[in-house]
Design a protein around this ligand. Structure first.
Ligand SMILES: *[C@@H]1O[C@H](CO)[C@@H](O)[C@H](O)[C@H]1NC(C)=O
Ligand SMILES: *[C@@H]1O[C@H](CO)[C@@H](O)[C@H](O)[C@H]1NC(C)=O
Ligand SMILES: *[C@@H]1O[C@H](CO)[C@@H](O)[C@H](O)[C@H]1NC(C)=O
Ligand SMILES: *[C@@H]1O[C@H](CO)[C@@H](O)[C@H](O)[C@H]1NC(C)=O
Length: 350
């Protein structure tokens, strides 16, 4: 056991030196912990028998080296590219770690498609993992690390890990906007709802911080009105986008506030909303021929108005020319550009 741990530490050091020798930034981080929704889920929902928020079947994953994993994409997702940029390997999903005992040394992905900041968000999918529960899963990982690495090493290790958070879109799509199923729009106006979400978000970030994490990359909510099932005539639905933007404005000031109140930690705000809009508006310049239609699933990869791509649907051939894979999620090609744009607009090498 000790041998194994020592070996892993040596591997990390060797990997760090190799990357430094290449003049790469990387190696700043010991690990990466991911909290989020379908943009970042790499397979946590797939063990829930009752969950419909799953993507562990073809053609999802058709361009991914390991085939379908639960990534809501044809290939790599945003966090895969971010992990590569910071010199880390692709992260295992928490559910896979528990199920298969995989290594957690470079971090864990806790994200869950359909999940949100509020506990009840996405309940109609049957089963998703809300933000709070994702943090409980981190708590279990930290306890496990303490058993493996001992005392001080763990604090230092966690303090040098990157926390990636992408949350909020589903609190609108799979909560507030579904007035027939969720009470939130009857209780709160949009300002109150955005306040509620961002206050809770702040509380959750501080819970993660109390577990010893210090470096946060906070990704704002994406423009939900731009997906093919919601855009029209090459234009994003601005009604939907404005509502998410209200949340983002508040999130940005939460991050600002955290920065000034917790100088021992680092917080970085990644404007996914803004870079996504700019990608959508300039899609052709980035090599995308199609931005208003999904490669697979609705609209108009054939399955109507549902965002998802159904089992065994035949997808488009030229996937690199499509910005969207299904009715609501980018292709691997789209995610690659989004990651590069985040890299170029965000100082997250904290
Ligand atoms: C935008 O989305 C809202 C909410 O779903 C819908 O009521 C509205 O008709 C849409 N607007 C356009 C221009 O599609
Ligand atoms: C989705 O579309 C495919 C191909 O058009 C069709 O075969 C399949 O039955 C559809 N699935 C659903 C659930 O509508
Ligand atoms: C990330 O940003 C750095 C600094 O601006 C740049 O040198 C690097 O090429 C970028 N990486 C990617 C993958 O875009
Ligand atoms: C990001 O910045 C790098 C270096 O400035 C540049 O080469 C690259 O094209 C940029 N990426 C995008 C997607 O704009």
């Amino acid at each position: 056991m000790m041998m194994k741990v020592a070996y892993l530490w040596i591997s990390i050091i060797v990997a760090s030196l190799a990357l430094e020798a290449n003049g790469d930034i990387a190696t700043k981080y010991t690990a990466m912990y991911v909290f989020g929704d379908s943009l970042t889920d790499a397979g946590n929902n797939k063990y829930f028998i009752d969950s419909t928020a799953k993507a562990d079947f073809l053609p999802y994953g058709m361009d991914f080296s390991g085939g379908p994993t639960g990534r809501v994409c044809n290939g790599k997702i945003l966090v895969d590219f971010i992990a590569e940029m910071v010199g880390l390997p692709l992260l295992p999903s928490y559910a896979d770690v528990v199920a298969k005992g995989e290594s957690i040394l470079f971090g864990v992905n806790y994200a869950s498609a359909g999940a949100g900041i509020l506990r009840e968000t996405g309940y109609r999918f049957g089963r998703v993992i809300p933000f709070e529960e994702q943090i409980n899963n981190l708590r279990k990982t930290v306890a496990q690390l303490k058993g493996q690495l001992h005392g001080k090493d763990v604090s230092e290790y966690l303090a040098n890990a990157l926390v990636f958070v992408d949350m909020g879109a589903n609190d609108y799509l799979n909560n507030y906007f579904q007035a027939e199923y969720y009470p939130s729009s009857h209780i709160y106006n949009l300002e109150q709802f955005a306040d509620l979400l961002t206050n809770l978000y702040r509380k959750h970030i501080l819970e993660i911080q109390r577990l010893g994490l210090r470096k946060f990359l906070i990704v704002d909510a994406s423009p939900i009105g731009c997906g093919p099932i919601r855009s029209q005539n090459m234009k994003c639905n601005t009604t939907l986008n404005h509502m998410v933007a209200m949340f983002n404005t508040r999130l940005k000031s939460v991050v600002h506030d955290l920065k000034s109140n917790y100088p021992g930690s680092a917080f970085s705000y990644a404007p996914l909303f803004q870079v996504f809009i700019s990608l959508f508006d300039n899609a052709e310049a980035y090599g995308f021929k199609v931005k208003d239609s999904a490669c697979c699933g609705g609209r108009d990869g054939s399955n109507g108005t549902k965002p998802r791509c159904f089992k065994n649907t035949v997808p488009c051939r030229n996937r690199n020319e499509y910005l969207f894979w299904d009715g609501a999620h980018p292709t691997e090609a789209g995610n690659r550009i989004l990651a590069a744009l985040i890299n170029n607009t965000t100082s997250f090498y904290l």
